[in-house]
Design a protein around this ligand. Structure first.
Ligand code: UTP
Ligand code: MN
Length: 502
């Protein structure tokens, strides 16, 4: 036991405070902020970890309490408890902030002392945990309204990165689990600050909760940081960033020692036509497509469609229909008001575009959907069978109005000199009878679509695809001519495209 007198002079808050030097390991960046972490309820090891983290970030974190301390950081203590502790040290609260550890971790995350908000101040009295109203969110993403506004971007970016890593490693189950967890956090009306707020939320598995806890408590997740830095993840990202290269091919190349584009070029690997085009236009394709560019391409494809089939209609789908301002590609759905008149449209459209020199690459797959054989026996697969053209467009500077020198492409001088850029474009043709399903299926987001199909199967005994809705119990197809009708058949409230950003 340390004699009481000594404890009054200098005390770390533990009974066996060591004689650590209070000098910061780094020159302090914020001389007016002198921090002290109260060990009570925080525990010695967490206190030591958080103190070190603070010092590394240039904060002055005192090992021993002194009159100089300006901010006392507590975990699970009330203001009353903190003041009693201060009094026991022979000090008062005067001029000192008594703050919750959330202020500290947020400051660590931002790299500077953040503004002290009400929620950072210690509560006067203990709040019963059950009084903290937890968030409430329905289980399926298709029951929720997910706008582009996200109050939990730090958490969702981390979970999305782990999802991406799982998907690139062919661990789809794990990938979906992380995507669902991220989508739940995206749907929350404000930022999560405490683990207790997550009580009762759906889709948050043990692994996701561990990642969230790490970030809330320490400002970062070690798993996310190490994944980001891993050579394998970096190589998978670069290689699958090549149009035409999937995770299996990338994995094989990595096992053969190919980690980047130069190594791929030098390796003499045989590339298919898509991959050759992908490698050639790599820099352009990895640049996000702007809304202005998407609209310019809409104009071009619109004119092309009008000249080969005047009655045909074209809709911009994918992320841009959900209100996104950038995308990795541009997706279009084309139909004809008269069933059957869409047949033969795609080849004519592609020929027109090619004759104008607008396509750097294209590959068309024919429609292989046959309702009869897809229905009762086999539920419609989530891979659709529409006539589809995967292409790389040559978009000229003049065609975007603003030129190709959007913020992103200005970084690539070669594109600026060329006065054109390559853009990934997907064209899909649907018969009018399937148009509503195709529109719903191609608007996304991917998770929203997946959740719609899961809802249909698990809750309604139906099979939904981009072609049709099939009622398994009644053994019949359910027709619909609008997205609203499909939601109604599924017993769901209609969610407009801009609220499908799950
Ligand atoms: P995208 O991959 O283009 O996603 O697919 P996105 O939401 O537009 O994202 P960015 O902005 O380009 O990055 C668009 C929709 O098309 C469906 C997907 O499910 C998604 O909802 N899709 C895509 C298919 O149905 N089949 C496919 O083969 C590809
Ligand atoms: Mn898209």
């Amino acid at each position: 036991m340390v004699p009481l007198k000594r404890r009054k002079v200098a005390n770390s808050g533990s009974l066996n405070a060591g004689t650590h030097n209070s000098a910061a390991t780094q020159p302090t960046k914020f001389p007016q902020v002198v921090l002290f972490l109260l060990e009570r309820k925080m525990g010695a090891s967490r206190r030591a970890f958080l103190s070190q983290l603070g010092r590394r970030k240039g904060f002055q974190v005192e090992e021993l309490f002194s009159e100089n301390v300006t901010h006392v950081i507590c975990e699970s203590n009330t203001a009353q408890e903190a003041r009693m502790w201060l009094e026991a040290q022979g000090a008062g609260q005067a001029g000192r902030h008594l703050l919750d550890v959330s202020w500290y971790t947020e400051s660590m995350r931002d790299g500077h002392p953040v503004e002290i908000l009400d929620r950072h101040k210690l509560q006067e009295f203990a709040v019963n945990d059950s009084e903290v109203t937890p968030f409430s969110v329905p289980s399926y993403a298709c029951q929720r309204r997910s706008t582009l506004k996200n109050h939990n971007a730090v958490l969702t970016d981390s979970l999305s990165l782990l999802a991406e890593n799982a998907e690139l490693s062919d661990e789809d189950g794990r990938g979906v689990a992380f995507r669902r967890a991220a989508a739940v956090l995206k749907a929350l009306p404000s930022a999560v600050t405490k683990m207790s707020q997550l009580k009762g939320l759906p889709c948050l598995g043990e692994h996701s909760l561990r990642v969230i806890k790490d970030i809330l408590e320490n400002g970062a997740s070690s798993e996310v940081e190490s994944t980001k830095e891993s050579e394998r993840f970096k190589a998978l990202k670069v290689l699958t960033g090549i149009f035409g290269v999937g995770s299996k091919t990338a994995d094989r190349w990595i096992r053969e020692g190919i980690h980047n584009l130069q190594q791929l070029r030098d390796s003499g690997q045989t590339l298919n036509r898509a991959q050759q085009a992908g490698l050639e236009h790599y820099d352009d394709i990895k640049q996000p497509v702007s809304l202005a560019e998407a609209e310019a391409i809409r104009g071009i494809v619109g004119r092309a469609v009008a000249s080969v089939s005047p009655e045909a209609q074209i809709v911009l789908t994918g992320g841009f229909r959900r209100g996104k301002l950038t995308g990795h590609d541009v997706d279009f759905l084309i139909t004809h008001p008269e069933e059957g008149s869409e047949v033969g449209l795609m080849p004519k459209l592609v020929s027109w575009l090619e004759s104008q020199g607008l396509l750097l690459y294209q590959k068309t797959t024919r429609n292989s959907y046959l309702e009869g054989s897809e229905g009762p026996g086999r539920p419609p697969s989530n891979i659709d069978r529409f006539e589809r053209c995967l292409s790389i467009f040559k978009l000229s500077a003049g065609q975007t109005g603003r030129g190709v020198q959007s913020e992103e492409t200005a970084a690539s001088p070669s594109a600026a000199e060329r006065r054109w850029r390559a853009v990934r474009v997907d064209l899909v043709v649907s018969p009018i009878s399937q148009f509503a399903f195709a529109l719903l299926g191609w608007t996304g987001s991917k998770l929203f679509e997946r959740e719609l199909r899961r809802w249909a199967g698990h809750e309604k005994g139906m099979s939904l695809s981009s072609h049709a809705l099939y009622d398994n119990k009644q053994g019949r197809y359910i027709r619909a001519s609008s997205e609203e009708e499909i939601f109604a058949h599924l017993g769901l409230e209609f969610i407009p495209p801009t609220e499908r950003n799950a």
